[in-house]
Write a protein that binds this ligand. Sequence first.
Ligand SMILES: [Zn+2]
Length: 467
Amino acid sequence: MTEEADGEQSRFRPTAHPLQRIGACALAVLGEASTPAELDPGAFEKAVRHMADDAATAVLVRNTKSERGFWLKASHSFFPNSKMNHPGNVRRTDDDLRDAVRRWRIRPARAAWPPVACVLCGSAAVGFYGKVDVPLAESDLYRNSTPRGHTGMALCWPCVCGFHALPYGCRLTGGQSIALHSWDDRFMARTSSRQVQRNRRLIALGQPDPRRVPAREVVALQELRAHDDRLTAGVDLLVFSNENRGHSLEIQSLEQPLAEWLRRSSRPPRGRGFPALLRAHATTSRPSVVGLARNAFRAPGRIVGASARYLISGLERGVLRDETSALATSCFSFTTEVMRMNQNEIDEIRSVGTQVAAWLAEADSAGALRELNSTLKEPKRMRHWLMRRNLDALLNSKSHSRGPLVTDDQFRLLFDPEVETPGSIASSSSCRWSSGCTSWVSSRPTASGSRRRWPTKCPTTPRTPTT
Ligand SMILES: [Zn+2]
């Protein structure tokens, strides 16, 4: 029984705690295993020793501002009250410091284990752990300092070591740390592997990552672009700090469809549109990659909007950009893969574009193109403009036989049906031209609140209200 309990303390069990899972993946990389579940006791002990060695080396630096002090500085954001960061360390000898840090990283003796289970995985707990070992649990409202008389979370040794390994799996900044979490195990394994390998080099040097982080969301975008396989789950971006002053935990999420779309957007065959997608998000004050990454996490709908504005800005100068087709392909893939639009509806919208383009080509008028262009930012005006063109087309004897430029169903797809348009033309919004033109219902209520019904065969018929 005792041996079994001891063996349990060298094996990971999956848990649902995101920070512990990130740490567990990092520990697996340190132990040269593919996943936490594949860490055998020998590899687990090797990984734990490796972390203790790093901590014992870093504490000897003493000064976080020294040339090799970055790892010590970063540890303040994870274990601020630990033996690594005691204010009296400057006066202690090297041997004392090393011993204190190593004792902190040794599993408690079995006689000291409490008779309770680990709150995360259910194995036998080896002690109660609070802020010294566990960075945050919930939010900045949860201070992670236990109340008087309460010693902390009951944890088993593998779960404690998962938290100790957390810094290896994060993008370290010296302040808030950035980590990615997903229920896609392959994504977690590969992301952790890259991050741990990089952090091991930086920890050995005691120096910060020379790559600047332009925005936290960019870290996620970079990892998505580097991932080779289809994502099977969404991705959470966690930005946190366990420092005594300024605890924080912020979580931003990407749903799986959007995360997968972002991953594929920079890869063949869709990769041709990616440079244009980036350029579409550039501003004078913000790099393009920051704009794209922030829109993805904060307002995904703006990705298509930014792309449309980019293409329109070229049109305004009379320039048809070379990347128009590639960027349009990316935008259409966004509508099917992220917005989950029906392909038939997309075909209808494409059809409207083709019809309007043909009409403009036939009109051969720069003024008409400018008119359409000026309505692009105002759906109501565009709707009004299209309705006018519908009337023009139907009044024209040559084009009347071809039917309307935009059908009623297409209007419904393009515009919110609840949006009312001003003027008399607005009342044609419900005209069934495409299905025989048998009724025409005004969407505008009268002064008394009732709605008028306009029976007619086509818009050219004089209107006579019947109600
Ligand atoms: Zn546990």
